[in-house]
Design a protein around this ligand. Structure first.
Ligand SMILES: [Zn+2]
Ligand SMILES: [Zn+2]
Length: 373
């Protein structure tokens, strides 16, 4: 517990309080209960009791230091929904008792061109991630949603549509916006044929969102077992990507392809599906570079692109869109004490399609048992 103690002592402001969380103190250590500091709300802050937190693959990458940038202790979680407990006296958008959500960012410079345009995710100074970023208030790193509560500037807090299932809303804050933003940017809508590659946490959201935007949606998957499910999610057609004949049916036919696969795969096979001026955007992040053939791009003036989450205003737009179209994630609820097991299943793709942690479990007797074991 040395690291936790050191963090508590390293806290700049005395205006902080100790809260329960679940995290890890080393890349190879399992997640377990620990205590972290949260600042007392400043005049622009919203204090949120966390009710549910989605489990994103980035949580696992960060907890295990797979991107070589983790500061410990690490408390992951950036798909956060909960209830406002208190607000600072300059807060205008929220009051105690309101539902609220927090996604992948809790701050940015707010001065640069990108921040002014609502593209805080691409802030020139780097956005402040919800976890594992330098905490401007406490001088530690930021801690995410695997915790009792979080304190966030209201400019980075989202409103939650009241009609949606709250637990299933949590994954919208990362998986939802990560797919909504590129679909919007590349003008997906009626009359457009859109390919979604890979049906997992991101891909299943992309299918629902693209369908609700009015596009014709074609899912590409390697697993025959996912064909029926993709159709249930709204796909107009499902193509087994290993079947060349099926792939050829869509050669040069698609306006846009959203690629949500993080394993190695042949990107040229998907670029070849694009029409003239079509674009393929990556939201999955394979570990190794993907070879791109020049002649997958040149003859059709195709674009190969990427996209990262979305800005705050766009995240609110996405939540409102989901409220209007009754869109949530397909989830499997877990207790926080099952998080290590959930990570192992996540690695095998064994979840339909997002784990969401019932944060009430952090307070229950199982939590005490886990601590004593
Ligand atoms: Zn995420
Ligand atoms: Zn900025």
């Amino acid at each position: 517990m040395e690291a936790v103690k050191a963090t508590a002592e390293g806290v700049k402001a005395v205006n902080a309080k100790k809260v329960k969380a679940f995290g890890t103190e080393a890349a190879t250590a399992p997640l377990n209960q620990l205590n972290i500091q949260r600042r007392k709300p400043t005049p622009h802050d919203v204090e949120i009791e966390i009710l549910y937190c989605g489990v994103c693959h980035s949580d696992l990458h960060t907890a295990r230091n797979e991107w070589h940038s983790t500061t410990y202790p690490c408390v992951p979680g950036h798909e956060i929904v909960g209830k406002v407990v208190s607000v600072g006296n300059h807060v205008t958008k929220f009051k105690a008792g309101d539902l609220a959500a927090v996604g992948c960012m809790v701050d940015s410079c707010r001065q640069c061109d990108y921040c002014k345009e609502g593209l805080e995710q691409y802030c020139e100074e780097g956005n402040t991630g919800t976890y594992n970023s330098p905490d401007k208030h406490l001088g530690t790193q930021t801690y995410g949603g695997y915790s009792e509560s979080i304190v966030v500037d209201e400019a980075f807090v989202l409103r939650v549509p009241e009609n949606l299932d709250l637990a299933a809303t949590a994954p919208l804050l990362c998986a939802g916006i990560t797919t909504y933003s590129p679909l919007k940017h590349w003008n997906v809508g009626p009359g457009k044929k859109v390919g979604v590659v890979g049906i997992g946490g991101l891909g299943h959201m992309a299918v629902k969102l693209a369908k609700a935007m009015g596009a014709e949606v074609i899912v590409f998957t390697t697993s025959p077992s996912k064909v029926e499910d993709a159709k249930r999610l709204g796909a107009d057609d499902v193509v087994l990507s290993k079947d060349e004949e099926q792939m050829n049916r869509y050669a040069g036919k698609l306006h846009f392809v959203l690629d949500a696969v993080s394993a190695q795969h042949d990107i040229n096979a998907y670029l070849n599906l694009l029409r003239v001026d079509g674009s393929l955007a990556l939201v999955g992040a394979p570990e190794h570079p993907l070879p791109v053939a020049a002649f997958s791009l040149i003859p059709y003036r195709r674009s190969f692109a990427g996209s990262m989450i979305g800005g705050i205003a766009e995240t609110q737009e996405m939540l409102d869109f989901c409220g209007k179209h009754n869109i949530v994630s397909d989830i499997e609820m877990i207790n926080i004490q099952q998080i290590n097991e959930a990570y192992e299943r996540l690695l095998k793709g064994d979840v339909k399609y997002r784990f969401v942690i019932d944060m009430a479990s952090l307070k229950n007797k199982h939590a005490e048992q886990a601590k004593n074991n």
